[in-house]
Design a protein around this ligand. Structure first.
Ligand code: PT1
Length: 282
């Protein structure tokens, strides 16, 4: 156990918790104005909780390859009402805030978020480390080579798994020195963040080498372009591929799965868990 709010702990010794993606960007819920957009986003978060998500990840800045950065004011306006609304409607839920800006993370934590999900692994904003230490929030440390705007230009590694493992070990040490206990941290190899499809697939195949760092793993494969390369499918047709990647991740030891399609992923995990428990019982 380590990620929790005052009401509910999440058992991170148990594999296969679903984190539902709640993007609050202008392309997601905004036709019809700001008020409606907030209502719809909150409703979508509640829907994912009803489908069995353990955590809702609220994000106001797209970080997919080629995405442009947004300003702090804009990001705050997008995410804060949604965090507030979800916290009010779902006091038990675990909420994470997907941001690289300390002002956004701080306001979201004050509004009831429990976890900082910062794709820069707390390198992007110098104030983020102190906030992580003083707030007591959970932290997801993710590997990324480069920055979202340019990271897919020419990803290069000597050995991607060794490089990612070394990076995550270094970040764990930096955070420990800053007063963020390892018990609060989950690690993420950052699928699609400055990596070719082959790099991503190697990380999936050799996930166990990352587990050797002694922390739970979070994996985000949902609808990503590597799945498009493998299957030849456009983003709207990647659910089967996403389920296969999620199941592979959990079989290889992942604890948290970051997904768009919560109900389908929860079903897939139920089947895996039933098989796993039948094996354990014999
Ligand atoms: C992730 C993640 C994230 N992914 C965490 N946070 C995104 N902790 C946003 C593509 O190749 O994996 N872990 N926050 C979304 N980013 C991407 C990256 C989306 C690549 C799409 C692609 O299609």
């Amino acid at each position: 156990m380590l990620w929790s709010n005052r009401r509910r702990p999440l058992d991170l010794a148990r594999r296969g918790a679903v984190l539902g993606i709640l993007n609050v960007t202008p392309d997601s819920f905004s036709d019809g104005g700001q008020h409606l957009a907030v209502e719809r986003a909150v409703a979508h978060g509640l829907q994912m909780l009803a489908e069995g998500a353990e955590i809702i990840d609220v994000g106001g800045e797209s970080t997919r390859p080629g995405a442009a950065a947004v300003g702090a004011e804009e990001e705050l306006q997008r995410v804060l009402p949604v965090v507030r609304g979800l916290r009010a409607a779902a006091p038990e839920a675990l909420l994470s805030i997907d941001t690289s800006k300390a002002v956004v993370a701080e306001a979201a934590l004050a509004a009831g978020a429990d976890i900082i999900n910062d794709i820069t692994a707390l390198r992007g904003d110098p104030a983020m480390r102190a906030l992580a230490a003083s707030s007591g929030a959970g932290v997801c440390l993710m590997h990324m080579q480069g920055e979202p705007g340019t990271m897919q230009a020419a990803p290069h590694y000597d050995d991607v798994v060794t490089d990612v493992r070394r990076f995550l070990a270094e970040r764990l040490a930096v955070l420990a020195a800053a007063g963020v206990a390892a018990e609060r941290v989950v690690l993420d190899p950052g699928i699609g963040f400055g990596k070719t499809p082959q790099h991503n697939l190697q990380l999936a195949a050799r996930q166990r080498e990352l587990l050797a760092l002694g922390r739970p793993l979070l994996l985000g494969w949902s609808r990503k372009s590597t799945l498009g390369v493998v299957t030849g499918r456009p983003v709207a047709e990647r659910l089967p591929a996403s389920l296969a990647a999620a199941l592979s991740a959990v079989v290889h030891g992942a604890t948290v799965l970051r997904v768009h399609d919560v109900a389908a992923t929860v079903d897939a995990l139920k089947v895996w868990r039933a098989i796993d428990e039948a094996g354990a019982a014999t």
